[in-house]
Design a protein around this ligand. Structure first.
Ligand code: F0G
Length: 456
Protein backbone atom coordinates (compact mmCIF):
# COMPACT_ATOMS: atom_id res chain seq x y z
CA UNK A 1 0.00 0.00 0.00
CA UNK A 2 1.33 3.45 -0.83
CA UNK A 3 -0.01 6.82 0.23
CA UNK A 4 0.33 10.16 -1.47
CA UNK A 5 0.85 12.31 1.61
CA UNK A 6 4.41 12.80 2.70
CA UNK A 7 4.57 12.87 6.46
CA UNK A 8 7.35 14.58 8.39
CA UNK A 9 9.49 11.74 9.81
CA UNK A 10 9.49 13.31 13.28
CA UNK A 11 7.12 14.51 15.98
CA UNK A 12 7.34 18.06 17.28
CA UNK A 13 9.04 18.06 20.66
CA UNK A 14 9.47 21.73 21.46
CA UNK A 15 7.90 24.73 19.74
CA UNK A 16 8.70 28.40 19.20
CA UNK A 17 5.90 30.96 18.65
CA UNK A 18 5.28 32.78 15.37
CA UNK A 19 4.12 36.36 15.80
CA UNK A 20 1.18 37.12 13.51
CA UNK A 21 1.46 40.51 11.79
CA UNK A 22 -0.77 42.62 9.54
CA UNK A 23 0.13 44.01 6.09
CA UNK A 24 0.27 47.53 7.59
CA UNK A 25 2.78 46.43 10.26
CA UNK A 26 4.89 44.71 7.64
CA UNK A 27 4.84 47.71 5.37
CA UNK A 28 6.14 49.87 8.20
CA UNK A 29 8.83 47.31 9.04
CA UNK A 30 10.08 47.01 5.47
CA UNK A 31 10.26 50.79 4.99
CA UNK A 32 12.32 51.07 8.18
CA UNK A 33 14.62 48.35 6.80
CA UNK A 34 15.27 50.35 3.61
CA UNK A 35 13.42 47.64 1.65
CA UNK A 36 16.23 45.22 2.47
CA UNK A 37 14.79 42.05 4.01
CA UNK A 38 18.11 41.36 5.77
CA UNK A 39 17.36 44.51 7.79
CA UNK A 40 14.09 43.19 9.29
CA UNK A 41 13.67 42.06 12.86
CA UNK A 42 12.95 38.36 12.54
CA UNK A 43 9.92 38.55 14.84
CA UNK A 44 8.35 40.73 12.15
CA UNK A 45 8.66 37.72 9.80
CA UNK A 46 6.03 34.97 9.85
CA UNK A 47 7.54 32.31 7.60
CA UNK A 48 11.28 32.83 7.34
CA UNK A 49 12.63 31.35 4.12
CA UNK A 50 15.60 33.70 3.95
CA UNK A 51 17.99 30.80 4.34
CA UNK A 52 18.28 27.15 5.27
CA UNK A 53 21.56 27.99 7.00
CA UNK A 54 21.67 27.46 10.75
CA UNK A 55 17.90 27.88 10.93
CA UNK A 56 16.86 24.23 11.14
CA UNK A 57 15.58 22.35 14.16
CA UNK A 58 18.04 20.16 16.00
CA UNK A 59 16.90 16.71 17.07
CA UNK A 60 16.41 15.38 20.60
CA UNK A 61 19.61 13.38 20.12
CA UNK A 62 21.55 16.48 19.05
CA UNK A 63 20.41 18.36 22.15
CA UNK A 64 21.41 15.34 24.22
CA UNK A 65 24.82 15.27 22.51
CA UNK A 66 25.31 18.89 23.54
CA UNK A 67 25.41 17.71 27.15
CA UNK A 68 28.42 15.57 26.27
CA UNK A 69 30.41 18.58 25.11
CA UNK A 70 33.89 18.75 26.58
CA UNK A 71 35.17 22.30 26.60
CA UNK A 72 38.88 21.62 27.06
CA UNK A 73 41.06 24.10 25.18
CA UNK A 74 43.22 21.33 23.71
CA UNK A 75 42.59 17.66 23.01
CA UNK A 76 38.85 17.62 23.72
CA UNK A 77 37.22 14.20 23.17
CA UNK A 78 34.39 16.11 21.49
CA UNK A 79 36.82 16.92 18.69
CA UNK A 80 37.54 13.24 18.16
CA UNK A 81 33.86 12.42 18.02
CA UNK A 82 33.41 15.23 15.50
CA UNK A 83 36.43 14.26 13.39
CA UNK A 84 35.37 10.61 13.30
CA UNK A 85 31.87 11.56 12.16
CA UNK A 86 33.30 13.79 9.42
CA UNK A 87 35.80 11.17 8.25
CA UNK A 88 33.13 8.47 8.21
CA UNK A 89 31.58 10.37 5.28
CA UNK A 90 34.55 12.40 4.02
CA UNK A 91 37.72 10.36 4.47
CA UNK A 92 40.14 13.30 4.25
CA UNK A 93 43.31 13.12 6.32
CA UNK A 94 43.04 16.52 8.00
CA UNK A 95 39.83 17.94 9.48
CA UNK A 96 39.99 21.55 10.63
CA UNK A 97 36.90 22.86 12.46
CA UNK A 98 35.77 26.44 11.79
CA UNK A 99 32.89 28.51 13.10
CA UNK A 100 31.13 28.40 9.73
CA UNK A 101 31.73 27.83 6.03
CA UNK A 102 33.13 31.22 5.14
CA UNK A 103 35.80 30.91 7.83
CA UNK A 104 37.01 27.75 6.09
CA UNK A 105 36.93 29.68 2.79
CA UNK A 106 38.87 32.57 4.26
CA UNK A 107 41.59 30.20 5.47
CA UNK A 108 41.96 28.14 2.30
CA UNK A 109 41.91 31.16 -0.04
CA UNK A 110 44.37 33.05 2.14
CA UNK A 111 46.65 30.04 1.71
CA UNK A 112 46.15 29.39 -2.02
CA UNK A 113 44.70 32.63 -3.49
CA UNK A 114 46.37 35.90 -4.45
CA UNK A 115 46.68 38.25 -7.41
CA UNK A 116 46.99 36.53 -10.78
CA UNK A 117 45.36 33.29 -9.58
CA UNK A 118 42.12 31.92 -11.02
CA UNK A 119 39.72 29.63 -9.15
CA UNK A 120 37.03 27.97 -11.27
CA UNK A 121 33.83 26.43 -9.90
CA UNK A 122 30.50 25.29 -11.26
CA UNK A 123 29.13 28.38 -9.46
CA UNK A 124 30.80 30.06 -6.50
CA UNK A 125 28.54 31.02 -3.62
CA UNK A 126 28.63 34.76 -2.76
CA UNK A 127 30.95 34.46 0.26
CA UNK A 128 33.20 32.08 -1.66
CA UNK A 129 33.51 34.49 -4.56
CA UNK A 130 34.06 37.41 -2.19
CA UNK A 131 36.77 35.54 -0.25
CA UNK A 132 38.56 34.68 -3.50
CA UNK A 133 38.31 38.22 -4.88
CA UNK A 134 39.46 39.66 -1.55
CA UNK A 135 42.84 37.96 -2.10
CA UNK A 136 43.09 39.51 -5.58
CA UNK A 137 42.37 36.21 -7.35
CA UNK A 138 39.65 35.72 -9.96
CA UNK A 139 36.55 33.55 -9.39
CA UNK A 140 35.15 31.90 -12.53
CA UNK A 141 31.77 30.14 -12.87
CA UNK A 142 31.71 27.31 -15.41
CA UNK A 143 28.36 25.58 -14.91
CA UNK A 144 26.85 23.84 -17.98
CA UNK A 145 24.65 26.02 -20.23
CA UNK A 146 21.45 24.31 -19.00
CA UNK A 147 22.37 25.45 -15.50
CA UNK A 148 21.80 29.06 -16.56
CA UNK A 149 18.42 28.37 -18.14
CA UNK A 150 15.65 28.38 -15.50
CA UNK A 151 13.33 26.34 -17.75
CA UNK A 152 15.74 23.51 -18.64
CA UNK A 153 14.74 20.14 -17.10
CA UNK A 154 18.29 18.72 -17.09
CA UNK A 155 18.54 16.37 -14.06
CA UNK A 156 21.99 17.64 -13.04
CA UNK A 157 21.98 21.34 -13.75
CA UNK A 158 24.79 21.87 -11.27
CA UNK A 159 27.26 20.02 -13.52
CA UNK A 160 30.56 21.57 -14.44
CA UNK A 161 31.07 22.38 -18.13
CA UNK A 162 34.01 20.02 -18.64
CA UNK A 163 35.15 21.54 -21.95
CA UNK A 164 35.07 25.04 -20.47
CA UNK A 165 37.01 23.84 -17.42
CA UNK A 166 39.60 22.21 -19.66
CA UNK A 167 39.97 25.46 -21.64
CA UNK A 168 40.26 27.47 -18.41
CA UNK A 169 42.91 25.13 -16.98
CA UNK A 170 44.90 25.42 -20.23
CA UNK A 171 44.56 29.18 -20.49
CA UNK A 172 45.61 29.77 -16.88
CA UNK A 173 48.07 26.86 -16.55
CA UNK A 174 50.22 27.34 -13.47
CA UNK A 175 47.82 29.90 -11.98
CA UNK A 176 44.93 27.70 -10.88
CA UNK A 177 45.60 26.60 -7.28
CA UNK A 178 42.34 24.60 -7.01
CA UNK A 179 39.06 23.83 -8.73
CA UNK A 180 35.88 23.97 -6.64
CA UNK A 181 32.59 22.14 -7.15
CA UNK A 182 29.58 23.32 -5.14
CA UNK A 183 27.21 20.47 -4.21
CA UNK A 184 24.36 21.20 -4.58
CA UNK A 185 24.90 24.32 -6.67
CA UNK A 186 23.24 26.88 -4.40
CA UNK A 187 23.62 30.05 -6.48
CA UNK A 188 22.64 28.07 -9.57
CA UNK A 189 19.28 27.02 -8.11
CA UNK A 190 20.15 24.27 -5.61
CA UNK A 191 20.78 21.92 -8.51
CA UNK A 192 22.78 18.73 -8.08
CA UNK A 193 26.03 17.61 -9.69
CA UNK A 194 26.12 14.06 -11.05
CA UNK A 195 28.65 11.50 -9.92
CA UNK A 196 29.67 11.08 -13.55
CA UNK A 197 30.37 14.81 -13.88
CA UNK A 198 32.33 14.78 -10.63
CA UNK A 199 34.38 11.84 -11.93
CA UNK A 200 35.14 13.73 -15.15
CA UNK A 201 36.03 16.90 -13.24
CA UNK A 202 38.27 14.90 -10.94
CA UNK A 203 40.04 13.19 -13.85
CA UNK A 204 40.56 16.50 -15.62
CA UNK A 205 41.98 18.10 -12.47
CA UNK A 206 44.39 15.16 -12.04
CA UNK A 207 45.46 15.49 -15.66
CA UNK A 208 46.29 19.16 -15.06
CA UNK A 209 47.81 18.52 -11.63
CA UNK A 210 45.29 20.80 -9.90
CA UNK A 211 43.57 19.80 -6.64
CA UNK A 212 39.79 19.49 -6.57
CA UNK A 213 37.80 20.82 -3.61
CA UNK A 214 34.13 20.33 -2.80
CA UNK A 215 32.05 23.12 -1.36
CA UNK A 216 29.93 20.43 0.22
CA UNK A 217 27.27 22.24 2.32
CA UNK A 218 24.37 20.26 0.86
CA UNK A 219 26.20 17.01 0.15
CA UNK A 220 23.42 14.72 1.42
CA UNK A 221 20.76 16.36 -0.75
CA UNK A 222 23.13 16.10 -3.73
CA UNK A 223 23.75 12.42 -2.99
CA UNK A 224 20.01 11.79 -2.71
CA UNK A 225 19.48 13.31 -6.17
CA UNK A 226 22.25 11.07 -7.50
CA UNK A 227 20.49 8.07 -5.98
CA UNK A 228 17.16 9.14 -7.47
CA UNK A 229 18.28 10.34 -10.89
CA UNK A 230 21.58 8.81 -11.96
CA UNK A 231 21.54 5.48 -13.77
CA UNK A 232 22.96 2.65 -11.67
CA UNK A 233 22.82 4.54 -8.35
CA UNK A 234 19.34 3.69 -7.14
CA UNK A 235 20.26 0.86 -4.80
CA UNK A 236 23.11 2.60 -3.02
CA UNK A 237 23.24 3.99 0.48
CA UNK A 238 23.49 7.76 0.45
CA UNK A 239 26.45 7.56 2.85
CA UNK A 240 28.25 5.39 0.33
CA UNK A 241 27.60 7.86 -2.51
CA UNK A 242 28.91 10.67 -0.27
CA UNK A 243 32.13 8.74 0.38
CA UNK A 244 32.62 8.24 -3.34
CA UNK A 245 32.15 11.97 -3.98
CA UNK A 246 34.71 12.73 -1.28
CA UNK A 247 37.24 10.26 -2.68
CA UNK A 248 37.12 12.06 -6.02
CA UNK A 249 38.30 15.26 -4.33
CA UNK A 250 41.43 16.41 -2.51
CA UNK A 251 39.65 18.53 0.04
CA UNK A 252 36.48 20.33 1.02
CA UNK A 253 35.01 23.35 2.68
CA UNK A 254 31.82 22.96 4.65
CA UNK A 255 29.14 25.05 6.24
CA UNK A 256 27.80 22.75 8.96
CA UNK A 257 24.77 25.06 9.21
CA UNK A 258 23.23 23.20 6.27
CA UNK A 259 23.20 19.42 5.86
CA UNK A 260 25.13 18.68 9.09
CA UNK A 261 22.03 20.08 10.88
CA UNK A 262 23.86 22.55 13.08
CA UNK A 263 22.93 26.06 14.10
CA UNK A 264 26.59 27.00 13.74
CA UNK A 265 29.75 25.30 12.48
CA UNK A 266 31.90 24.40 9.53
CA UNK A 267 35.15 22.79 8.57
CA UNK A 268 37.97 22.58 6.11
CA UNK A 269 39.25 19.10 5.28
CA UNK A 270 42.08 18.08 3.00
CA UNK A 271 44.77 15.51 2.32
CA UNK A 272 47.83 17.68 1.63
CA UNK A 273 50.01 17.74 4.79
CA UNK A 274 51.86 20.94 4.00
CA UNK A 275 48.78 22.90 3.06
CA UNK A 276 47.00 21.56 6.15
CA UNK A 277 49.78 22.85 8.36
CA UNK A 278 49.59 26.27 6.75
CA UNK A 279 45.80 26.28 7.23
CA UNK A 280 46.06 25.25 10.89
CA UNK A 281 48.40 28.16 11.50
CA UNK A 282 45.88 30.53 9.95
CA UNK A 283 43.15 28.83 12.01
CA UNK A 284 44.98 29.64 15.22
CA UNK A 285 45.23 33.30 14.16
CA UNK A 286 41.55 33.81 13.50
CA UNK A 287 39.47 30.89 14.81
CA UNK A 288 41.11 28.96 17.62
CA UNK A 289 43.16 25.92 18.55
CA UNK A 290 42.90 23.08 15.98
CA UNK A 291 40.82 20.80 18.24
CA UNK A 292 37.96 23.27 18.48
CA UNK A 293 38.52 25.83 15.73
CA UNK A 294 35.79 28.38 16.00
CA UNK A 295 33.42 26.17 17.97
CA UNK A 296 32.54 25.02 21.46
CA UNK A 297 32.94 21.31 22.26
CA UNK A 298 29.15 21.02 22.53
CA UNK A 299 28.73 22.30 18.95
CA UNK A 300 31.17 19.66 17.70
CA UNK A 301 29.06 16.97 19.43
CA UNK A 302 25.80 18.28 17.92
CA UNK A 303 27.33 18.26 14.44
CA UNK A 304 28.65 14.70 14.83
CA UNK A 305 25.10 13.57 15.61
CA UNK A 306 23.63 15.72 12.80
CA UNK A 307 25.93 14.03 10.28
CA UNK A 308 24.41 10.66 11.23
CA UNK A 309 20.85 11.94 10.89
CA UNK A 310 21.20 13.72 7.56
CA UNK A 311 22.12 10.62 5.54
CA UNK A 312 18.99 8.81 6.74
CA UNK A 313 16.88 7.91 3.72
CA UNK A 314 13.52 8.62 5.38
CA UNK A 315 14.74 12.10 6.26
CA UNK A 316 16.09 12.80 2.77
CA UNK A 317 12.98 11.45 1.04
CA UNK A 318 10.84 13.80 3.16
CA UNK A 319 13.24 16.70 2.67
CA UNK A 320 13.42 16.53 -1.11
CA UNK A 321 9.76 15.70 -1.61
CA UNK A 322 8.55 18.49 0.63
CA UNK A 323 10.63 21.07 -1.23
CA UNK A 324 9.22 19.60 -4.43
CA UNK A 325 5.69 19.92 -3.01
CA UNK A 326 6.10 23.70 -2.81
CA UNK A 327 7.70 23.91 -6.24
CA UNK A 328 5.11 21.76 -8.01
CA UNK A 329 2.22 23.69 -6.47
CA UNK A 330 3.69 26.96 -7.75
CA UNK A 331 4.36 25.53 -11.20
CA UNK A 332 0.80 24.23 -11.36
CA UNK A 333 -0.54 27.69 -10.62
CA UNK A 334 1.62 29.26 -13.31
CA UNK A 335 4.21 30.95 -11.07
CA UNK A 336 7.54 30.73 -12.95
CA UNK A 337 9.92 28.62 -10.93
CA UNK A 338 13.40 27.36 -11.69
CA UNK A 339 13.16 23.73 -12.82
CA UNK A 340 13.66 21.03 -11.80
CA UNK A 341 12.94 21.91 -8.17
CA UNK A 342 16.17 22.15 -6.14
CA UNK A 343 16.96 20.38 -2.88
CA UNK A 344 16.89 23.05 -0.20
CA UNK A 345 14.89 25.75 -1.88
CA UNK A 346 12.43 26.78 -4.54
CA UNK A 347 13.68 29.58 -6.76
CA UNK A 348 11.08 31.92 -8.22
CA UNK A 349 12.05 33.32 -11.61
CA UNK A 350 11.49 37.01 -10.95
CA UNK A 351 12.90 38.11 -14.30
CA UNK A 352 10.24 36.09 -16.06
CA UNK A 353 7.36 36.99 -13.70
CA UNK A 354 8.26 40.70 -13.69
CA UNK A 355 9.23 41.07 -17.35
CA UNK A 356 8.31 44.75 -17.14
CA UNK A 357 11.08 45.46 -14.59
CA UNK A 358 14.57 45.55 -16.17
CA UNK A 359 17.36 43.66 -14.31
CA UNK A 360 19.05 46.89 -13.20
CA UNK A 361 15.82 47.82 -11.43
CA UNK A 362 16.05 44.56 -9.48
CA UNK A 363 12.98 42.43 -10.23
CA UNK A 364 14.10 39.88 -7.61
CA UNK A 365 14.15 42.54 -4.93
CA UNK A 366 10.70 43.75 -6.00
CA UNK A 367 9.29 40.24 -5.74
CA UNK A 368 10.95 39.47 -2.41
CA UNK A 369 9.60 42.69 -0.86
CA UNK A 370 6.12 41.99 -2.25
CA UNK A 371 6.05 38.48 -0.71
CA UNK A 372 7.01 39.93 2.63
CA UNK A 373 4.45 42.73 2.52
CA UNK A 374 1.66 40.43 1.36
CA UNK A 375 2.19 37.50 3.69
CA UNK A 376 5.14 38.00 6.01
CA UNK A 377 7.13 35.46 3.98
CA UNK A 378 10.82 36.34 3.81
CA UNK A 379 12.76 35.02 0.81
CA UNK A 380 16.11 36.10 -0.56
CA UNK A 381 16.98 37.85 -3.82
CA UNK A 382 19.60 35.90 -5.74
CA UNK A 383 20.23 37.99 -8.80
CA UNK A 384 21.44 41.40 -9.84
CA UNK A 385 21.45 42.82 -6.31
CA UNK A 386 23.61 39.93 -5.10
CA UNK A 387 25.87 39.49 -8.12
CA UNK A 388 25.52 42.62 -10.30
CA UNK A 389 28.30 44.78 -8.82
CA UNK A 390 31.87 43.90 -9.89
CA UNK A 391 35.24 44.53 -8.21
CA UNK A 392 36.02 47.25 -10.82
CA UNK A 393 32.87 49.14 -9.75
CA UNK A 394 30.83 48.36 -12.88
CA UNK A 395 27.30 46.95 -12.69
CA UNK A 396 25.68 44.46 -15.05
CA UNK A 397 22.64 42.18 -14.95
CA UNK A 398 23.29 38.84 -13.21
CA UNK A 399 22.76 35.62 -15.19
CA UNK A 400 19.29 35.24 -13.59
CA UNK A 401 17.05 37.21 -11.26
CA UNK A 402 15.67 34.73 -8.76
CA UNK A 403 14.00 34.84 -5.37
CA UNK A 404 15.01 31.90 -3.26
CA UNK A 405 12.54 30.41 -0.82
CA UNK A 406 14.92 28.31 1.26
CA UNK A 407 13.38 25.71 3.51
CA UNK A 408 14.94 25.38 6.96
CA UNK A 409 15.41 21.73 7.89
CA UNK A 410 12.66 20.07 10.00
CA UNK A 411 11.14 23.45 10.90
CA UNK A 412 7.92 24.18 8.99
CA UNK A 413 4.95 21.88 8.50
CA UNK A 414 2.88 21.30 5.39
CA UNK A 415 0.30 23.90 6.46
CA UNK A 416 3.01 26.54 6.70
CA UNK A 417 4.02 25.64 3.17
CA UNK A 418 0.38 25.71 1.98
CA UNK A 419 0.22 29.26 3.31
CA UNK A 420 3.42 30.18 1.42
CA UNK A 421 1.87 28.77 -1.76
CA UNK A 422 -1.18 31.01 -1.31
CA UNK A 423 0.94 34.10 -0.69
CA UNK A 424 3.00 33.43 -3.83
CA UNK A 425 -0.13 32.86 -5.92
CA UNK A 426 -1.63 36.13 -4.74
CA UNK A 427 1.52 38.17 -5.39
CA UNK A 428 1.98 36.55 -8.80
CA UNK A 429 -1.61 37.39 -9.80
CA UNK A 430 -0.87 41.07 -9.10
CA UNK A 431 2.69 41.03 -10.40
CA UNK A 432 2.09 43.56 -13.18
CA UNK A 433 1.49 46.25 -10.51
CA UNK A 434 4.93 45.78 -8.92
CA UNK A 435 7.63 48.33 -9.58
CA UNK A 436 11.40 48.21 -9.54
CA UNK A 437 13.85 49.68 -7.06
CA UNK A 438 16.95 51.82 -7.07
CA UNK A 439 19.80 51.48 -4.62
CA UNK A 440 20.15 54.43 -2.26
CA UNK A 441 23.33 53.26 -0.51
CA UNK A 442 25.56 50.20 -0.73
CA UNK A 443 28.89 48.95 0.65
CA UNK A 444 31.81 48.10 -1.65
CA UNK A 445 31.40 44.32 -1.35
CA UNK A 446 28.54 41.92 -0.57
CA UNK A 447 26.06 44.74 -1.02
CA UNK A 448 22.93 42.62 -0.73
CA UNK A 449 23.32 42.33 3.05
CA UNK A 450 23.22 46.03 3.86
CA UNK A 451 22.20 48.05 0.77
CA UNK A 452 19.19 50.35 1.18
CA UNK A 453 16.62 50.69 -1.58
CA UNK A 454 13.88 53.07 -2.68
CA UNK A 455 10.93 52.13 -4.87
CA UNK A 456 10.84 53.63 -8.38
N1 F0G B 1 29.02 27.72 0.29
C1 F0G B 1 27.72 27.59 -0.01
C2 F0G B 1 27.32 26.79 -1.21
C3 F0G B 1 26.75 28.19 0.79
O1 F0G B 1 25.47 28.05 0.47
C4 F0G B 1 27.16 28.94 1.91
C5 F0G B 1 26.20 29.61 2.76
C6 F0G B 1 28.53 29.03 2.21
C7 F0G B 1 29.43 28.40 1.37
C8 F0G B 1 29.06 29.81 3.38
O2 F0G B 1 28.76 29.16 4.57
O3 F0G B 1 27.20 30.72 5.77
O4 F0G B 1 28.41 28.90 6.98
O5 F0G B 1 29.64 30.86 6.17
N2 F0G B 1 25.02 29.80 2.40
C9 F0G B 1 23.94 30.39 3.17
C10 F0G B 1 22.73 30.51 2.30
C11 F0G B 1 24.30 31.62 3.92
O6 F0G B 1 21.78 31.20 2.72
O7 F0G B 1 22.69 29.92 1.24
P1 F0G B 1 28.48 29.96 5.94
Amino acid sequence: MTFRTIIEPFRIHSVAPLRMTTPAQRREAVIAAGYNLFGLHSDDVMIDLLTDSGTGAMSRDQWAAIQHGDESYAGSPSFEIFRNAVQELFPFKHVIPTHQGRAAEKIIFTAIGGAGKVIPSNTHFDTTRANIEYTGAGAVDLVIAQGRDPASEHPFKGNMDIAALDACLREHAGHVPAVFVTITNNSGGGQPVSLENLRQTSALCKQHGVPLFLDACRFAENAWFIREREPGQHDREVADIVREMARLADGMTMSAKKDPMGNIGGWLALNDDELAEQCRTLLILTEGFPTYGGLAGRDLEALAQGLKEVVDHDYLRYRIRSTDYLGQALLKSGVPVMRPIGGHAVYLDARSLLGHIPPLQYPGQALAVALYEAGGVRGCEIGTVMFGRHPDGSETAAAMDLVRLAIPRRTYTQSHIDYVIEVCQQVAADAHHLRGYRIVSEPRQLRHFTARFAPL
